[in-house]
Design a protein around this ligand. Sequence first.
Ligand code: ARG
Length: 273
Amino acid sequence: MKMKKIILGLVTAFSILTLSACGSDKKATVDKYLDKIKDKGTLTVAMNPEFAPFEFQVIQEGKNKIVGSDVDLANEIGKALGVKVKFEAMDFNNVLAAVQSGKADIAISGISVTAERQKNYDFTTPYYIAKNVMIVKKSELASYKTVADFKGKKVAAQKGTVQETVVKEQVKQADLVSLTKNGQMINELKNGTVSGVVLEEPIAKAYVAANSDLAISETIGFESSESDSYAIALPKNSGNLKKEIDKVIDKLKAEGKIETFVSDNFDLSQKAK
Ligand code: ARG
């Protein structure tokens, strides 16, 4: 009888211990990232600010400032979480890695959601849909009417972006030139080093509006895919952080604010030129 009681007591004590251990474990994986950001009081955002109207740089009061619709979105998230927002500028091919290494808490950079990226990152609900277009020299519009016209020609895409895949898979006979800087792609197109540049439409429109010698081909279209939607990249298992950010995105989308951010920043990018 006594023995039985002792065993029962031990079993109960053991299960309480394991249960509570499980409980805190679960909290640790679900809440870790959100808690970390709130504890620091700062949300660090990785981005490549060479992508107007989403993120770009302007000179305000003699100082370089990062602006754009992704910046406005990040500031809304900061407000909702009650923290300051800090931007880390870097090349696009380092933006996602910054989230994995912990250099940044999240990445907002017009990032397309792909199955490959989903293996290593969580993504928020999408906040924008953009299709790909081809930019050519206005004077050469007539020579490049279809993707087949790029046979043996150089077509540029930004390094580390889905546009590299678009060129490889949909402009098959062209030679892909991967460049780190979007500004360089545009310069190489202007001086004839490359014959075409693939970018998403809002960014292409911003470059074309600022460069009267360039044009978007109206006859070349690309297949759309799931990777046409932009979302924010988070570390894997971001649990509550994703929930909080999704709430902000859903609200902004419902109010039509994202569209406003994009068009206001498009105008700002043109004035800044
Ligand atoms: N949407 C494309 C991608 O995710 C291009 C993004 C480039 N963004 C930038 N800020 N340069 O691959």
